[in-house]
Design a protein around this ligand. Structure first.
Ligand code: ADP
Ligand code: MG
Length: 396
């Protein structure tokens, strides 16, 4: 689950991180009062969407010469003018895709005097099994380009979970940034605070780009992106409350209501599977035969007929889907329940695209009989290879 920048800053502030003062608004009529709460004389009007690259983004409805999704304003009137121009319009950034995202919220923030823009993120580094800081002096710009062109400018500091962030870790990060004076002292509290926020709140990613050194020598978190590990959200009601469903894929929301693991992808074969391993194998074999999966929906073990039907409806609701592959190994999950769910869903929503079903395991004969006797145009497959080849051939 992702949250907005202003929410992420609120969370980090709770752990003691230095952030600017700011006010989030959803109506342009609130802009003047918001700006007047801030010290000035420089303000920043920031689009709140679940995507980065806002500064360099472009509003669809405005001309090419219009400014991006993060704008400096020198007066309260200027804040109001920019808020009017931005709210309700569609911001297209390198991360939104061509469709862009509608800006429904703005964060009016105190402007900072920036001396340097640095990059910092915290993530789970699976290669070492630890939470790691990823730091670079090249903040504020496209970190992917830095990683590609000048990888030596990105430094990773993995943290031992037994000790947390040590003085030696802080010294390494400070040295990587080339910090001195007040910034060094700020780092001593900031880096452990960010680590604490990351681990206590079960974050999957915490990105501060840029972390700035201000002209007064102090550090400040100027942008913040946080995503949480969805599997740990059950123990963070306070973070769950920050969810903004208007930013999320409607199909993923529907899937989460049914406790289905649904992931949208770029291809055109919809996949209904049970278990993450089988999902991976199914996607691999689709690729092996030359096509790409449009999504995968994992119904897990022991799903009900209703849950299977919901999964099927979510998959068919995606206009990208030109064919569906149901690949189930019935262990805990029973093949007849899958078959009943699929038949019920097809009867309700119809079947506009080819459907290939491969069932194996518990009650497989009963499951196959239910499909055969349903009178629906379902292609049965015997094994994984057969199934993938059939669906790939069916969509041509
Ligand atoms: P994004 O990464 O989505 O483009 P950022 O929050 O990083 O959005 O803002 C883009 C740039 O705008 C920053 O790199 C910084 O130069 C400038 N900026 C953002 N917030 C402020 C602020 N409060 N004061 C001064 N400049 C800012
Ligand atoms: Mg940024």
């Amino acid at each position: 689950m992702n949250i907005h920048e202003y929410q992420a800053k609120q969370v980090l502030k709770g752990f003691g991180a230095p952030v600017a003062e700011g006010v989030a608004i959803t109506k342009a009529s609130e802009a003047e009062a918001a700006a007047k709460q801030l010290p000035g004389p420089l303000y920043v009007v920031k689009s709140q969407i679940h995507a980065g690259g806002r500064g360099k983004g472009k509003f669809k409805e405005l001309g090419a010469e219009a400014k991006g999704g993060v704008r400096l304003a020198k007066t309260v009137e200027d804040v109001v003018k920019n808020a009017n121009e931005m709210l309700g319009n569609t911001l297209v950034t390198a991360q939104t895709g061509d469709a862009g995202k509608q800006v429904n919220r703005l964060y009016i923030e105190d402007g900072a005097d920036i001396a340097r823009e640095l990059y910092l993120s915290l993530l789970v580094d699976r290669s070492v099994g630890r939470v790691a800081f990823v730091v670079s002096t090249e903040g504020g710009m496209d970190i992917e380009a830095v990683a590609h062109d000048t990888p030596e400018k990105i430094i990773t500091v993995a943290i031992d979970p037994a000790t947390g962030v040590t003085d030696a870790d802080v010294a390494k990060i400070n040295a990587a940034y080339g910090l001195d004076g007040a910034a060094t002292a700020d780092g001593q509290t900031l880096f452990p605070a960010l680590y604490k926020a990351f681990t206590e709140k079960d974050m999957a990613l915490l990105e501060v780009n840029p972390l700035i050194v201000m002209t007064d020598g102090h550090l400040r978190v100027l942008d913040a992106k946080v995503s949480f590990d969805g599997n740990a959200l059950f123990r963070h009601d306070d973070m769950k409350a920050l969810r903004d469903e208007t930013e999320e894929d409607a199909k993923e929301i529907e899937a989460s209501k049914w406790d289905l693991a649904y992931v949208a992808l770029d291809g055109n074969i919809g996949c209904m599977v049970n278990g993450a391993g089988l999902a991976m194998a199914t996607m691999d074999i689709i690729k092996l035969y030359g096509k790409e999966p449009a999504n995968f929906c994992d119904v897990g073990g022991g799903a009900s007929k209703e849950k299977v039907a919901a999964a099927f409806k979510i998959i068919t609701a995606d206009p990208k889907v030109q064919g569906i592959l149901v690949n189930i190994f019935g262990g805990i999950m029973k093949c007849d329940v899958i078959a009943e769910g699929v038949v019920a869903a097809v009867k309700e929503v119809g079947l506009q695209v080819p459907l290939v079903v491969r069932l194996e395991g518990t009650n497989v004969d009963l499951g196959k009989r239910i499909l055969n006797e349903s009178g629906l145009a379902i292609t049965a497959a015997d094994d994984l290879d057969d199934a993938a080849q059939k669906i790939v051939a069916a969509i041509g």
